[in-house]
Design a protein around this ligand. Sequence first.
Ligand code: SAH
Length: 244
Amino acid sequence: MTVALVGAGPGDPDLLTVRAARLLAHADVVVHDALVGDGVLALVPPDAEVVDVGKRPGRPVPQELISTLLVELGRQGKQVVRLKGGDPFVFGRGGEEALALRAAGIEVEVVPGITSSVAAPAAAGIPVTHRGVAAAVTTVTGHRRAGEPDIDWRALARVGGTIVVLMGVAQRAVIAAELMAGGLAADTPVATVHRATTDAQVVDRCSLAGLCDHPVRSPAVIVIGPVAALDVTALLDSAAINAS
Ligand code: SAH
């Protein structure tokens, strides 16, 4: 009895790990989140059962219910793939599901995935660290539930380097204001990447002060810091053009 907690990567099925693709090809049941794209789901065998437990606004699926479902499926001895967007342990609640499965005596295999916190900036040509520009990267959630401690954005502003915010679209005005109150310059570059590595990808750039008024659609990753002004893939393109 093993349930595999598998990272689906940011969206493009080519960014699955080989292990993830192998497990998907042999799955009896796939339990997936809202973030897992159609391209990845197309790799699920036609006779496999597919369960969408995506938590969407207005239609929440309680976490306990998901864990209970995984335990039940695991006990049936099926090849169960719990598929999560990006990496299962980066804001994916994979840790909680692994603990619930272990508590029920079911073995857990964890297959890391390419997290959007790196892949979304990369899709915009942004290296999250860059020699001489950013020597640190902080990945942080912009979404706190009632009772959870707030992020100390002002302290984060003093860390330096790159700040990558997941689930931050709704709170972006507060986040920008707090980071500026903590000392980040109003003209600090910002990039937003919506649905990275899918056909619906949208990259936008603005300043930290401009982030509040900037229309951004969820899901998006918000990249804050000097690297957000870069597009190294565009530079490579123009270098190639210049050389020709
Ligand atoms: N485990 C996931 C993150 C889950 S939290 C990972 O490692 O990527 C959900 C948030 O991830 C979204 O609100 C958004 O901020 C970000 N996200 C996930 N996939 C994305 C994508 N393809 N493009 C942009 N943002 C994405």
